[in-house]
Design a protein around this ligand. Sequence first.
Ligand code: URA
Length: 234
Amino acid sequence: MEIEHKNQNNNNFEDAIDIFEIDYIFENKPIKRTFDDTNLEDKQSLLENLKKKIFEISNCELKKNAKNLVFNDGDPKSQIMIVGEGPGQKEDEMGKPFVGDAGVLLNKMLEAIKIKRSKVYITNVVNYRPPDNRKPETSEINRYSIFLREHINIIDPKILILMGSTAMEALFGQTLRISKERGKWKELIVNQKTYRTILTFHPAYLLRQPDQKKYSWNDLKLIRKKIDELKISI
Ligand code: URA
């Protein structure tokens, strides 16, 4: 029997070229492994791309009933990202998150810790208004959480603030309770990247339950402290 002698090293190299594309191996430009070095132009185009995907979603009860897609507000370069639940009537009309009563309270909450709304980045779990302002269903939350995860990766915030149980469910699942989990720093892993995250009550809930504002105030102070510790300019 004839034994075939192969040069193992060469063989492996040829296999590698077959498996990976040759342009990829010999690409001159550094490979972008995280979003850390994403510049604003790249971010804007990634955001446009994501918005287009959400605009093209089909078979969605929310989209069918809504007037506008509500995608974002604020500064895409911000190191602070806020996630709410979904648009209400005013947001649906204006195509912008948090412009109704809950938005007025959100602005006051941010001002209380010396943050200008224009300096943070704001989005929601679902991007179309649920009919009659109902809470998004779990299937809807799961469907939109795929977009939300991509959104988080694009903005790549140093601090992620999740407001309310819908945002909590979208990213941590259904097992947690906001009343127990709010006001604690957590690590959230999104596509292999870890985000410093805090859960807090939703402003709309605070409008219904003003006695809970004292807990939110504690959370806001924690957020301010972390901003100072991390020397985030805001
Ligand atoms: N509530 C939300 O969760 N998001 C908005 O944009 C408005 C109200």
